[in-house]
Design a protein around this ligand. Structure first.
Ligand code: URA
Length: 205
C-alpha cells in the first residue's frame, strides 16, 4: 500500500477504495464511495471531477445526464462505455454539487494516482477544468485548451493527458459539442491502437 494511504481511516483494494473518512463534509454528504468503473487494462481512462446525485445514488461515475453525453460521444466513434475506464478526482459527492475543495482533491489524489498506476492507459482524458487543473497542476483555460495533449508525471510514471471540456458543458452551450466530440475522437485514435488488448473499435467487427 502507498505510504500516503497507510493511515487507519483509508483502505484501498486494488483500484477500489473500500473505506475512507479523510473529508468530514464529504462523509456527511455521500451515500457511498463512487469508485472508477471499467477494465483494469483499459487503454483510455476518463477522469471527471466528482460524483453528482445520480452517481452517488447508483455508485457509478457518469451515469446521469453527463454520462449520457459521454456514452453517446463514445458510441459515435465506435467505442462502448464498457471498454473504457471512467473515474473521478474525488470519489464522494460534494454537498449541493459544489466544486471539491483543494483539500478534498488532495485527500483523494493518492487513490487516483494508484488507479492510474495500475491501469497504465495509453491516454488519460481529463473531463473539464477541475480535473484538468488537478492532473496538470496548473491553471487551465479549458475552452481554449481542449484537445491539447501533454505528458504529465503522475505517481511514478509519465502519462499522456488529453484535455477535454466537461460533457455537461455541451448541454448548456451547444458550441462546445463539436469540441467535445472531436476530443473524444482523438482519444479513440490515441487509445484504440496498440496496448494489451484494450478497446477495439466496434467498427472493426
Ligand atoms: N460529473 C463528473 O465530473 N463526474 C461524474 O461522475 C458525474 C458528473
Amino acid at each position: 500500500m502507498n505510504a500516503a494511504l497507510s493511515g487507519s481511516m483509508e483502505q484501498m483494494d486494488g483500484t477500489t477504495v473500500t473505506a475512507c473518512e479523510r473529508c468530514p463534509e464529504l462523509c456527511d454528504s455521500r451515500s457511498r464511495i463512487v469508485n472508477g468503473v471499467g477494465p483494469e487494462d483499459a487503454d483510455i481512462v476518463f477522469v471527471g471531477e466528482a460524483p453528482g446525485a445520480t452517481e452517488d445514488e447508483r455508485g457509478e461515475p457518469f451515469v446521469g445526464r453527463s454520462g449520457d453525453v459521454l456514452d453517446e460521444a463514445l458510441r459515435d466513434v465506435g467505442l462502448a462505455r464498457a471498454d473504457v475506464r471512467i473515474t473521478n478526482c474525488v470519489r464522494c459527492r460534494p454537498p449541493e454539487n459544489r466544486d471539491p475543495t483543494d483539500e478534498e482533491l488532495n485527500n483523494c489524489r493518492p487513490y487516483l494516482d494508484r488507479e492510474l498506476e495500475r491501469i497504465d492507459p495509453q491516454i488519460v482524458v481529463t473531463l473539464g477544468k477541475v480535473p484538468s487543473e488537478h492532473v496538470l497542476g496548473r491553471s487551465v483555460g479549458i475552452t481554449s485548451e481542449a484537445g491539447r495533449i501533454e505528458d504529465v508525471r503522475i505517481g511514478g510514471r509519465s502519462h499522456r493527458v488529453l484535455l477535454s471540456v466537461h460533457p455537461a458543458a455541451t448541454l448548456y452551450d451547444r458550441s462546445q459539442r463539436d469540441t467535445f466530440e472531436e476530443t473524444i475522437a482523438t482519444a479513440a485514435d490515441l487509445g484504440g491502437s496498440g496496448g494489451s488488448g484494450g478497446q477495439a473499435r466496434l467498427g472493426d467487427y
